[in-house]
Design a protein around this ligand. Structure first.
Ligand code: ZN
Length: 675
């Protein structure tokens, strides 16, 4: 299972990488699967001075096949698979001991859920039955009011959510929570609607066909399915066109728009935003921030009588899509056909893989609990904590010496480091799932009911946060996801239990290898506190300018240069990196590498090994489609995360004797230095 449109999923937590949930086995070369774009295009082994990344990873890049069904394969995928194997084993063990599982316990819920998910003969037999009652409700709608009522009543189950929302700290007063009404997740990536390149054309066609397929599964005849698919496409296109580009979403002057209920009602008009909030317990006393007012005004214009039938079809498709992995095989097949076009690989998950993926999606934190109980030692936590403290101490020293900022800016920056919180391994407290229910087939239940039960719990949990003070201990990602993050709203960094294993970190590896692995990752996350977005937040997580005018100007010039360096890099013919959306990640990678080198030099470590470890950590093979479709993600492709970071450090030239005229060479005055 792959994730798309990941960037919109979180408010602004800057995470490390997002290619979780993939397949793979040992760190060795894989022989079965898809031949990668790298294997097809790398003709011979380059020299370090011309292409460090490809030289170091030559064997891996040219020999490794992408495992069946995946569009890329690297260390994140390797660890995700390893983590999945551990958890799958735990589920099997719990199942073997079923009679001893306590009623209502998270373990029993996971096992019951998984067992229903893996029973495809039952799922096929049920067909669309689990969503039939809701489908009937949609069919009976006759007016705009009817559409609004349906959306209002089903919003907490995750249906008809044409706008995305989140409850998090108010970014101008982080002692309180606020609700953010964000953009919309409908349709496809904005640039694909107008893109003249082949990939955009392919994406448009595939998406249209996908909708058509879903409509025919829902019982539409061929002609009507084709007509409605086109209408839904155009309807969604209008919403997407009204949405902000990715790069503009962090422009808080534009997106921080607090509104009263009355104003909200006026903005959204026919779209029942206010009713939805009221229905979920939000009152006029709560702080509501509308990030993209234009999305709401567009919805208002679209929610008119002549569109009722289109909206009804859209809601049917939405209902099907939201449950696509909880229904029968033929429904899932429609999705994998669509993914095949976007990813460049044809594959359908095995029953076990599908069941695991769905359980992981629904009972995420439950699976994290199963994982860390067996796989995370207090020893690792202690060691990584020490390492993080060392990186922070070195960052402080660097900030103390950086010559392009004034002392007043420096003081504020240091304050952010001094108050930064560290989250390592897993949360102190697991979420409470006592309100969810999983009724087995034998008890008359089904998967869709169980998913809805979880969605209702999650929506309630989210809105309940409005009446509580922000909880500093909440985690923004599951402990079994291979990831790390910086959260500017709480000024903390997180490293999950799953990323704290080889090749990122291991007690079996040398200190310099660990420094090139998790050390640079720690430095990367800390750097997000001072990247183009993080720099807008103070030590308490409030959006507040703490820069002098002159320092900020210099900083923005550096950010511009980072974007320029990367925008010039071609990934696949005709497709360059989008430096503008990647600026924060480039700054974070550079900061991480710089501070890791500092530490290595102080401790007389072999910096060559540090570079080598860094190159190995980021190796990956990809399909051409994956390389193109990942350009909407804020993380640049792995090759450039290595080559175009190391060649900005002077140490690289010393260690590998790189000279003017070499492929990796950058003139000293052009080597961007931020922190
Ligand atoms: Zn990052």
């Amino acid at each position: 299972m792959r994730k798309r449109k990941i960037v919109l999923a979180m408010l602004l937590v800057a995470s490390m990488a997002v290619s979780a949930y993939a397949q793979g086995e040992k760190p060795s070369v894989k022989n079965e699967g898809t031949v990668s774009y790298e294997a097809q295009t790398i003709k011979s082994k380059p020299e370090i001075k011309d292409d460090f990344y490809t030289h170091m990873n030559y064997e891996f890049l040219t020999k490794t096949k992408i495992p069946e069904g995946e569009n890329s394969y690297g260390n994140f995928d390797l660890l995700a698979k390893k983590t999945q194997d551990v958890i799958s084993k735990s589920i099997k063990e719990l199942n073997a001991d079923y009679k001893n599982l306590k009623d209502g316990s998270i373990e029993k819920k996971i096992v019951d859920f998984y067992n229903m998910a893996v029973d495809f003969s039952k799922r096929d037999e049920l067909g669309l039955k689990p969503i039939q009652a809701n489908l009937d409700k949609i069919k009976n709608i006759k007016s705009v009011k009817g559409v609004s009522n349906y959306i209002t009543a089903n919003f907490n189950k995750g249906y008809g959510q044409l706008v995305d929302f989140i409850v998090d700290k108010d970014m101008k007063n982080t002692t309180k929570n606020a609700i953010y009404i964000m953009g919309s997740k409908v349709g496809i990536e904005k640039s694909y609607y107008s893109g003249k390149d082949n990939f955009s054309k392919k994406a448009r066609k595939a998406y249209l066909n996908y909708t058509k397929k879903l409509l025919s599964i829902l019982g539409y005849d061929k002609d009507l399915a084709a007509k409605r698919a086109k209408e839904i496409y155009n309807f969604e296109k209008k919403i997407v066109e009204a949405s902000l580009e990715q790069g503009q979403q962090m422009n808080f002057d534009k997106t921080y728009n607090p509104v009263t209920f009355k104003q909200l009602g006026k903005l959204a008009g026919n779209f029942p935003m206010q009713k939805i909030l009221k229905n979920n317990g939000v009152t006029d006393k709560d702080k509501v921030i509308v990030e993209q007012p234009k999305v709401l005004t567009t919805l208002n214009k679209l929610f008119v009588k002549k569109n009722v039938e289109v909206i009804k079809s859209l809601l049917e498709v939405d209902l099907l899509k939201k449950n696509i992995n909880a229904l029968s095989r033929d429904v899932m097949k429609a999705e994998s056909e669509y993914n095949a076009v976007m990813d460049g690989v044809v594959y359908q998950d095995t029953d076990e893989e599908s069941a695991y993926n769905l359980t992981d999606k629904v009972y995420t934190d439950g699976l994290s609990k199963l994982y860390v109980e067996k796989n995370f030692s207090p020893e690792t936590k202690k060691k990584v904590l020490e390492m993080a403290e060392e990186v922070i101490a070195n960052y402080k020293r660097r900030l103390g010496e950086v010559d392009w900022i004034s002392n007043s800016t420096r003081e504020k920056a240091l304050k952010k480091l001094e108050t930064m919180d560290l989250k390592i391994g897993y949360p102190d407290q697991w979420p409470d799932f006592s309100s969810t229910s999983v009724k087995t087939y034998a008890e008359g239940g089904n998967l869709v009911d169980a998913v809805e039960s979880m969605n209702m719990r999650n929506t309630k949990e989210t809105f309940d946060k409005l009446s509580k003070a922000p909880d500093k201990k909440t985690w923004s990602m599951p402990a079994h996801a291979v990831n790390a993050a910086y959260n500017p709203l709480s000024n903390d960094i997180t490293f999950t239990a799953a990323i704290l294993q080889a090749p990122f970190y291991s007690t079996d590896r040398s200190d310099v290898e660990n420094l090139g692995g998790i050390g640079t990752v720690i430095g990367h996350e800390i750097s997000h506190a001072f990247d183009i977005t993080g720099a807008k937040f103070d030590e308490n997580g409030n959006v507040k300018n703490w820069w002098t005018k002159e320092d900020l100007k210099k900083f923005k010039e550096k950010a511009k240069k980072a974007a320029e360096i990367y925008s010039a890099l071609e990934v696949v013919k005709g497709h360059n990196v989008n430096g503008k959306i990647s600026t924060g990640e480039i700054m974070a990678d550079l900061g991480g590498m710089t501070v890791a080198l500092d530490i290595a030099k102080q401790k007389n470590m072999d910096t060559k090994k540090l570079f080598e470890s860094y190159a190995a950590v980021w190796r990956s093979v990809n399909t051409e489609e994956a390389l193109i479709s990942n350009l909407i993600d804020v993380h640049p492709p792995d090759k450039f995360r290595v080559n175009n970071i190391v060649n900005l450090t002077d140490e690289f030239y010393k260690v590998f004797n790189v000279k003017e005229g070499d492929g990796m060479y950058v003139k000293p005055e052009d080597r961007l230095k931020v922190w």
